[in-house]
Write a protein that binds this ligand. Sequence first.
Ligand code: 3HC
Length: 309
Amino acid sequence: ELEGDERAFQERIDAGVRIEPQDWMPETYRKTLVRQISQHAHSEIVGMLPEGNWITRAPSLQRKATLLAKVQDEGGHGLYLYAAAETLGVSRDDLIEALHSGKAKYSSIFNYPTLTWADIGAIGWLVDGAAIINQIPLCRCSYGPYGRAMVRVCKEESFHQRQGFDIMAKLAAGTQAQKRMAQDALNRWWWPAVMMFGPPDGESVHGAQSAAWKIKLHGNDDLRQKFIDQTVPQADLIGLTIPDPALSLNAETGHHEIGPIDWDEFYRVVKGDGPCNRERLATRVEAWEKGAWVREAAMAHAMKQRNAA
Ligand code: 3HC
């Protein structure tokens, strides 16, 4: 039974009142937001690595410019989200340290390798497609700074998804070798994209509490199903096959039912033992260390500006 401030807080949440940084909030609400927003930010920054791998090898100037714009957007999303997390009284350096030490998570999806150019299409189409489905409800989440950051992020994500689907459509309509490359990428990215939505609601550690606080407006399974129902017809449209022999359309519910998800793989990747986890963290640590002089110079310049003013 909630008492005093906590009860009043929950009544504000239930009444749809947006919580702002200066408002009173339970320490547990603040902590779970720092956890989720910082891990979301880490996902955006680490997510730049798989795609960044192909900027210098894009097949045309137009594809290179588009991919460069997308990777730059992801960096910007990370900075919005770190700034949103800082409104909860945490320092960026502490958040980055939590990522580098392995204490904080980032999305499992970014621990898979990008082996061919078609992977860039599959990531835009599937990963950003999944991200849009997960992030649109977050625009309405109870914590103001997080919801407002999501509005801008979601606008840019739709460009990300369209450019990815365009790459896949062109390859699927190309030579046999190109179609095989697109199908191979779909085969490798489909299940990790389905897992991106998190564990089944029954195993979701934070789901119920995040729902009570209107941080999570839909369960992991609902959003996963929405993604599947949206994506299967898109694959059909361009003549690619979803790598799931058990996939079937339930005529009654209108939903596409899928075969079993390999949750062992999910938890293995989340725990740090996926194909690229070590490489991704090492790359981030190296970038942070080699970039220290840039941060110091920027701070020195800002101090000079301030003292001169
Ligand atoms: N990868 C890594 N960890 C995951 C995960 C995933 N796909 N799904 C769940 N987890 C972790 C959770 O973080 C939690 O661990 P923690 O307590 O150490 O944080 C644990 O597994 C239990 O899962 P829960 O369902 O209880 O956790 P949540 O309630 O936090 O739900 C979530 C997980 C749905 C990912 C939620 O955190 C969320 O909506 N986060 C915001 C969106 C986000 O982070 N998206 C990730 C990708 S960002 C992106 O795609 C950018 C785009 O531009 C490409």
